[in-house]
Write a protein that binds this ligand. Structure first.
Ligand SMILES: Nc1ncnc2c1ncn2[C@@H]1O[C@H](COP(=O)(O)OP(=O)(O)OP(=O)(O)O)[C@@H](O)[C@H]1O
Ligand SMILES: O=P(O)(O)OC[C@H]1O[C@H](OP(=O)(O)OP(=O)(O)O)[C@H](O)[C@@H]1O
Ligand SMILES: [Mg+2]
Length: 297
Protein backbone atom coordinates (compact mmCIF):
# COMPACT_ATOMS: atom_id res chain seq x y z
CA UNK A 1 0.00 0.00 0.00
CA UNK A 2 1.29 3.48 -0.84
CA UNK A 3 2.04 5.98 1.95
CA UNK A 4 -0.91 8.25 2.85
CA UNK A 5 -0.84 11.48 0.89
CA UNK A 6 -0.20 14.76 2.64
CA UNK A 7 -1.47 16.96 -0.21
CA UNK A 8 -5.15 17.35 -1.13
CA UNK A 9 -6.20 16.66 -4.72
CA UNK A 10 -9.09 18.25 -6.56
CA UNK A 11 -10.09 17.03 -10.03
CA UNK A 12 -11.44 19.43 -12.66
CA UNK A 13 -12.22 19.06 -16.37
CA UNK A 14 -9.07 19.36 -18.52
CA UNK A 15 -10.77 21.03 -21.47
CA UNK A 16 -14.38 21.69 -22.28
CA UNK A 17 -17.27 23.71 -20.99
CA UNK A 18 -16.41 23.54 -17.28
CA UNK A 19 -12.60 23.71 -17.52
CA UNK A 20 -11.86 27.42 -17.47
CA UNK A 21 -14.55 28.43 -14.95
CA UNK A 22 -13.50 25.63 -12.56
CA UNK A 23 -9.88 26.81 -12.51
CA UNK A 24 -10.99 30.41 -12.23
CA UNK A 25 -13.05 29.53 -9.13
CA UNK A 26 -10.02 27.80 -7.57
CA UNK A 27 -7.97 30.96 -8.20
CA UNK A 28 -10.73 33.06 -6.60
CA UNK A 29 -10.49 30.71 -3.62
CA UNK A 30 -6.87 31.85 -3.31
CA UNK A 31 -5.02 28.92 -4.90
CA UNK A 32 -2.09 29.39 -7.25
CA UNK A 33 -0.43 26.60 -9.24
CA UNK A 34 2.38 25.56 -11.53
CA UNK A 35 1.58 23.26 -14.47
CA UNK A 36 3.35 19.94 -14.87
CA UNK A 37 5.08 19.40 -18.22
CA UNK A 38 2.34 17.04 -19.46
CA UNK A 39 -0.39 19.53 -18.39
CA UNK A 40 -2.28 16.77 -16.55
CA UNK A 41 -1.47 18.09 -13.10
CA UNK A 42 -1.27 21.54 -11.52
CA UNK A 43 0.99 21.72 -8.50
CA UNK A 44 -0.36 24.04 -5.81
CA UNK A 45 2.41 26.39 -4.71
CA UNK A 46 0.80 28.36 -1.90
CA UNK A 47 -1.17 25.53 -0.22
CA UNK A 48 -0.69 21.72 -0.22
CA UNK A 49 -3.53 21.36 -2.76
CA UNK A 50 -2.96 20.01 -6.29
CA UNK A 51 -5.31 19.92 -9.28
CA UNK A 52 -5.85 16.90 -11.53
CA UNK A 53 -6.90 17.81 -15.10
CA UNK A 54 -9.08 14.99 -16.45
CA UNK A 55 -12.09 14.17 -18.62
CA UNK A 56 -15.26 15.06 -16.76
CA UNK A 57 -16.58 11.48 -17.02
CA UNK A 58 -13.58 10.27 -14.97
CA UNK A 59 -14.21 12.57 -12.01
CA UNK A 60 -16.90 10.49 -10.17
CA UNK A 61 -14.72 7.35 -10.40
CA UNK A 62 -11.59 9.16 -9.17
CA UNK A 63 -13.56 10.44 -6.18
CA UNK A 64 -15.06 7.03 -5.48
CA UNK A 65 -11.72 5.23 -5.46
CA UNK A 66 -10.07 8.02 -3.40
CA UNK A 67 -7.54 9.15 -6.06
CA UNK A 68 -8.73 12.66 -5.30
CA UNK A 69 -10.71 14.16 -2.43
CA UNK A 70 -12.75 16.83 -4.26
CA UNK A 71 -13.95 17.31 -7.82
CA UNK A 72 -15.92 19.82 -9.91
CA UNK A 73 -18.31 18.07 -12.27
CA UNK A 74 -21.76 18.45 -13.83
CA UNK A 75 -24.59 17.03 -11.74
CA UNK A 76 -25.71 15.23 -14.92
CA UNK A 77 -22.46 13.23 -15.04
CA UNK A 78 -22.45 12.46 -11.30
CA UNK A 79 -26.12 11.37 -11.21
CA UNK A 80 -25.84 9.31 -14.40
CA UNK A 81 -22.91 7.33 -13.01
CA UNK A 82 -24.56 6.87 -9.58
CA UNK A 83 -27.73 5.53 -11.19
CA UNK A 84 -25.77 3.31 -13.58
CA UNK A 85 -23.93 1.55 -10.72
CA UNK A 86 -26.46 0.98 -7.93
CA UNK A 87 -25.11 -0.32 -4.64
CA UNK A 88 -21.83 1.60 -4.97
CA UNK A 89 -21.22 4.44 -2.52
CA UNK A 90 -21.03 7.62 -4.54
CA UNK A 91 -19.41 11.03 -4.04
CA UNK A 92 -21.41 13.54 -2.03
CA UNK A 93 -22.36 16.94 -3.43
CA UNK A 94 -21.02 19.54 -1.00
CA UNK A 95 -21.80 22.75 -2.97
CA UNK A 96 -23.57 23.82 -6.12
CA UNK A 97 -21.28 26.07 -8.15
CA UNK A 98 -23.66 28.18 -10.25
CA UNK A 99 -21.98 27.58 -13.63
CA UNK A 100 -22.41 24.92 -16.34
CA UNK A 101 -26.17 25.39 -16.04
CA UNK A 102 -28.10 23.25 -18.50
CA UNK A 103 -30.89 20.71 -18.44
CA UNK A 104 -31.35 17.23 -19.78
CA UNK A 105 -34.44 17.37 -21.95
CA UNK A 106 -36.59 15.25 -24.21
CA UNK A 107 -36.78 16.78 -27.70
CA UNK A 108 -38.96 15.63 -30.57
CA UNK A 109 -39.00 16.44 -34.32
CA UNK A 110 -40.65 19.85 -34.77
CA UNK A 111 -43.65 18.41 -36.64
CA UNK A 112 -44.35 15.59 -34.14
CA UNK A 113 -47.50 16.26 -32.07
CA UNK A 114 -46.95 16.25 -28.29
CA UNK A 115 -49.39 15.88 -25.44
CA UNK A 116 -47.59 14.18 -22.55
CA UNK A 117 -44.74 11.75 -21.78
CA UNK A 118 -47.18 8.89 -22.59
CA UNK A 119 -46.63 9.84 -26.27
CA UNK A 120 -43.13 8.32 -25.98
CA UNK A 121 -44.58 4.81 -25.48
CA UNK A 122 -42.86 2.35 -27.84
CA UNK A 123 -40.53 5.00 -29.38
CA UNK A 124 -36.72 4.85 -29.65
CA UNK A 125 -34.98 7.61 -27.64
CA UNK A 126 -31.32 8.44 -28.38
CA UNK A 127 -29.22 9.69 -25.44
CA UNK A 128 -25.79 9.76 -23.81
CA UNK A 129 -27.55 9.53 -20.41
CA UNK A 130 -29.23 6.10 -20.48
CA UNK A 131 -29.53 5.65 -16.71
CA UNK A 132 -31.06 9.10 -16.07
CA UNK A 133 -33.44 8.61 -18.98
CA UNK A 134 -34.44 5.09 -17.88
CA UNK A 135 -35.13 6.34 -14.34
CA UNK A 136 -37.29 9.19 -15.68
CA UNK A 137 -39.21 6.85 -18.02
CA UNK A 138 -39.86 4.51 -15.08
CA UNK A 139 -41.14 7.44 -12.96
CA UNK A 140 -43.44 8.49 -15.81
CA UNK A 141 -44.57 4.87 -16.32
CA UNK A 142 -43.56 4.87 -20.00
CA UNK A 143 -42.03 1.88 -21.85
CA UNK A 144 -39.66 3.14 -24.56
CA UNK A 145 -36.40 1.90 -26.09
CA UNK A 146 -33.26 3.71 -24.92
CA UNK A 147 -30.61 3.99 -27.69
CA UNK A 148 -27.25 4.93 -26.16
CA UNK A 149 -24.96 7.16 -28.26
CA UNK A 150 -21.72 8.81 -27.14
CA UNK A 151 -22.23 12.06 -29.04
CA UNK A 152 -24.06 13.85 -31.86
CA UNK A 153 -27.32 12.73 -30.33
CA UNK A 154 -29.23 15.52 -32.09
CA UNK A 155 -28.72 13.98 -35.53
CA UNK A 156 -29.97 10.51 -34.51
CA UNK A 157 -33.57 11.12 -35.72
CA UNK A 158 -32.33 12.26 -39.15
CA UNK A 159 -30.10 9.19 -39.40
CA UNK A 160 -33.08 6.99 -38.59
CA UNK A 161 -31.37 5.69 -35.43
CA UNK A 162 -34.07 7.00 -33.09
CA UNK A 163 -37.45 8.75 -33.14
CA UNK A 164 -36.72 11.36 -30.46
CA UNK A 165 -33.76 12.38 -28.29
CA UNK A 166 -32.83 13.13 -24.70
CA UNK A 167 -29.83 15.51 -24.49
CA UNK A 168 -28.39 18.53 -22.72
CA UNK A 169 -29.85 21.91 -23.64
CA UNK A 170 -28.89 25.41 -22.59
CA UNK A 171 -29.71 28.02 -25.26
CA UNK A 172 -31.72 25.60 -27.42
CA UNK A 173 -29.71 26.62 -30.51
CA UNK A 174 -28.50 23.05 -31.21
CA UNK A 175 -32.07 21.71 -31.06
CA UNK A 176 -33.30 24.44 -33.37
CA UNK A 177 -30.49 23.80 -35.86
CA UNK A 178 -31.62 20.17 -35.97
CA UNK A 179 -35.35 20.91 -36.29
CA UNK A 180 -36.11 19.52 -32.84
CA UNK A 181 -38.24 21.00 -30.06
CA UNK A 182 -37.98 20.50 -26.36
CA UNK A 183 -41.02 18.93 -24.68
CA UNK A 184 -40.00 17.72 -21.19
CA UNK A 185 -37.21 18.12 -18.62
CA UNK A 186 -35.50 15.03 -17.21
CA UNK A 187 -32.93 16.82 -14.98
CA UNK A 188 -31.82 20.37 -14.15
CA UNK A 189 -28.06 20.47 -13.92
CA UNK A 190 -25.14 22.70 -13.02
CA UNK A 191 -21.55 22.15 -11.94
CA UNK A 192 -21.20 20.86 -8.38
CA UNK A 193 -18.37 20.37 -5.90
CA UNK A 194 -18.34 16.68 -4.95
CA UNK A 195 -16.35 14.97 -2.20
CA UNK A 196 -15.03 11.44 -1.96
CA UNK A 197 -17.25 9.12 0.11
CA UNK A 198 -14.05 7.74 1.73
CA UNK A 199 -12.92 8.75 5.20
CA UNK A 200 -10.06 11.26 5.08
CA UNK A 201 -7.01 11.57 7.31
CA UNK A 202 -7.31 14.50 9.78
CA UNK A 203 -4.85 16.47 7.63
CA UNK A 204 -6.72 15.97 4.35
CA UNK A 205 -10.10 16.48 6.04
CA UNK A 206 -8.91 19.82 7.40
CA UNK A 207 -7.62 20.88 3.95
CA UNK A 208 -10.85 19.74 2.26
CA UNK A 209 -12.97 21.74 4.70
CA UNK A 210 -10.75 24.77 4.28
CA UNK A 211 -11.02 24.63 0.49
CA UNK A 212 -14.80 24.02 0.62
CA UNK A 213 -15.23 27.08 2.87
CA UNK A 214 -13.08 29.21 0.56
CA UNK A 215 -15.03 28.08 -2.52
CA UNK A 216 -18.35 28.83 -0.79
CA UNK A 217 -16.94 32.21 0.27
CA UNK A 218 -15.78 33.07 -3.26
CA UNK A 219 -19.23 32.09 -4.61
CA UNK A 220 -21.24 34.02 -2.06
CA UNK A 221 -18.90 37.01 -2.40
CA UNK A 222 -19.91 37.17 -6.05
CA UNK A 223 -23.57 37.36 -5.02
CA UNK A 224 -23.49 39.92 -2.23
CA UNK A 225 -23.01 43.66 -2.01
CA UNK A 226 -22.09 45.79 0.96
CA UNK A 227 -24.58 48.63 1.40
CA UNK A 228 -23.56 51.65 3.47
CA UNK A 229 -25.78 54.59 4.33
CA UNK A 230 -26.45 57.30 6.90
CA UNK A 231 -29.84 58.19 8.35
CA UNK A 232 -31.66 59.68 11.34
CA UNK A 233 -31.90 57.08 14.14
CA UNK A 234 -35.71 57.40 13.96
CA UNK A 235 -35.63 55.85 10.43
CA UNK A 236 -33.85 52.64 11.53
CA UNK A 237 -36.96 50.44 11.74
CA UNK A 238 -38.10 51.46 8.23
CA UNK A 239 -34.60 51.01 6.83
CA UNK A 240 -34.18 47.54 8.38
CA UNK A 241 -37.54 46.48 6.92
CA UNK A 242 -36.47 47.56 3.41
CA UNK A 243 -33.01 45.93 3.41
CA UNK A 244 -32.73 42.88 1.12
CA UNK A 245 -30.53 41.23 3.73
CA UNK A 246 -30.73 38.03 5.76
CA UNK A 247 -28.64 39.34 8.65
CA UNK A 248 -29.26 42.23 11.01
CA UNK A 249 -27.35 45.33 9.84
CA UNK A 250 -24.44 46.87 11.77
CA UNK A 251 -25.56 50.19 13.22
CA UNK A 252 -23.09 52.83 14.47
CA UNK A 253 -23.64 56.27 15.98
CA UNK A 254 -22.12 59.23 14.18
CA UNK A 255 -19.54 61.08 16.23
CA UNK A 256 -21.12 64.07 18.01
CA UNK A 257 -24.56 63.46 16.38
CA UNK A 258 -26.43 61.00 18.65
CA UNK A 259 -29.62 61.16 16.56
CA UNK A 260 -27.74 60.17 13.36
CA UNK A 261 -26.56 56.63 12.50
CA UNK A 262 -24.40 54.90 9.92
CA UNK A 263 -25.72 51.51 8.72
CA UNK A 264 -23.83 48.69 6.98
CA UNK A 265 -25.53 45.59 5.61
CA UNK A 266 -24.57 42.66 3.37
CA UNK A 267 -27.28 42.46 0.69
CA UNK A 268 -28.00 40.09 -2.15
CA UNK A 269 -27.20 40.95 -5.72
CA UNK A 270 -30.87 41.80 -6.27
CA UNK A 271 -30.15 45.18 -4.62
CA UNK A 272 -31.13 47.62 -7.35
CA UNK A 273 -31.97 51.31 -7.90
CA UNK A 274 -35.54 50.91 -6.67
CA UNK A 275 -34.27 49.56 -3.32
CA UNK A 276 -31.96 52.57 -2.98
CA UNK A 277 -34.76 55.00 -3.87
CA UNK A 278 -37.09 53.38 -1.32
CA UNK A 279 -34.39 53.67 1.36
CA UNK A 280 -33.85 57.33 0.52
CA UNK A 281 -37.58 57.98 0.81
CA UNK A 282 -37.56 56.80 4.43
CA UNK A 283 -34.61 59.07 5.27
CA UNK A 284 -31.39 57.32 4.19
CA UNK A 285 -28.62 59.53 2.73
CA UNK A 286 -25.16 58.95 1.25
CA UNK A 287 -26.05 55.46 0.01
CA UNK A 288 -23.10 53.44 -1.29
CA UNK A 289 -23.09 49.91 -2.73
CA UNK A 290 -19.81 48.00 -2.93
CA UNK A 291 -18.77 44.68 -4.46
CA UNK A 292 -17.60 42.02 -1.97
CA UNK A 293 -14.68 39.78 -2.96
CA UNK A 294 -14.58 37.27 -0.13
CA UNK A 295 -16.90 36.16 2.65
CA UNK A 296 -15.91 33.79 5.44
CA UNK A 297 -18.91 32.90 7.57
N1 LIG B 1 -24.86 23.65 -23.59
C1 LIG B 1 -24.42 23.63 -22.36
N2 LIG B 1 -24.49 24.72 -21.60
C2 LIG B 1 -24.04 24.72 -20.33
N3 LIG B 1 -23.47 23.64 -19.74
C3 LIG B 1 -23.36 22.55 -20.48
C4 LIG B 1 -23.82 22.49 -21.81
N4 LIG B 1 -23.56 21.30 -22.30
C5 LIG B 1 -22.95 20.64 -21.30
N5 LIG B 1 -22.84 21.38 -20.20
C6 LIG B 1 -22.24 20.99 -18.90
O1 LIG B 1 -20.83 20.96 -19.07
C7 LIG B 1 -20.34 19.63 -18.84
C8 LIG B 1 -19.14 19.40 -19.73
O2 LIG B 1 -19.55 19.54 -21.07
P1 LIG B 1 -18.53 19.22 -22.26
O3 LIG B 1 -19.27 19.35 -23.53
O4 LIG B 1 -17.28 20.03 -22.09
O5 LIG B 1 -18.24 17.69 -21.89
P2 LIG B 1 -17.48 16.54 -22.61
O6 LIG B 1 -17.48 16.74 -24.08
O7 LIG B 1 -18.06 15.30 -22.03
O8 LIG B 1 -15.98 16.76 -22.07
P3 LIG B 1 -14.82 15.72 -21.68
O9 LIG B 1 -13.85 15.79 -22.82
O10 LIG B 1 -14.22 16.27 -20.42
O11 LIG B 1 -15.44 14.36 -21.49
C9 LIG B 1 -21.55 18.74 -19.11
O12 LIG B 1 -21.45 17.47 -18.48
C10 LIG B 1 -22.65 19.58 -18.50
O13 LIG B 1 -22.66 19.46 -17.09
O1 LIG C 1 -28.72 24.37 -26.15
P1 LIG C 1 -27.36 24.69 -26.64
O2 LIG C 1 -26.83 25.97 -26.08
O3 LIG C 1 -27.24 24.65 -28.13
O4 LIG C 1 -26.36 23.58 -26.06
C1 LIG C 1 -26.62 22.23 -26.23
C2 LIG C 1 -25.42 21.49 -26.73
O5 LIG C 1 -24.33 21.67 -25.85
C3 LIG C 1 -23.76 20.40 -25.55
O6 LIG C 1 -22.84 20.01 -26.49
P2 LIG C 1 -21.39 20.69 -26.65
O7 LIG C 1 -21.50 21.97 -27.42
O8 LIG C 1 -20.72 20.81 -25.32
O9 LIG C 1 -20.65 19.66 -27.57
P3 LIG C 1 -20.32 18.13 -27.30
O10 LIG C 1 -21.63 17.44 -26.98
O11 LIG C 1 -19.75 17.70 -28.59
O12 LIG C 1 -19.34 18.08 -26.15
C4 LIG C 1 -24.95 19.46 -25.62
O13 LIG C 1 -24.55 18.11 -25.82
C5 LIG C 1 -25.76 20.01 -26.77
O14 LIG C 1 -25.35 19.46 -27.99
MG1 LIG D 1 -17.26 13.88 -20.98
Amino acid sequence: MSAPRDRLRIAVQKSGRLAETSLDLLRRAGLSFRASRDRLFLFGDNLPIDVLLVRDDDIPGLLREGSCELGMVGRNVLDEQSLATPGVVFPKVVSTLGFGRCHLAIAVPQEMPWGSPADLEGLRIATSYPALLAAWLAREGVAAEVVTLNGSVEIAPRLGKADVICDLVSTGATLQANQLREVATVLDSEAVLARTPRALSPLLAELAERLQARIDGALSGAQVRLLMLQAPRSALADITRLLPSRQAPSVMSLDGQPDQISVQALCHRSLDWSHLEALRQVGARGLMVMAVDQVLA
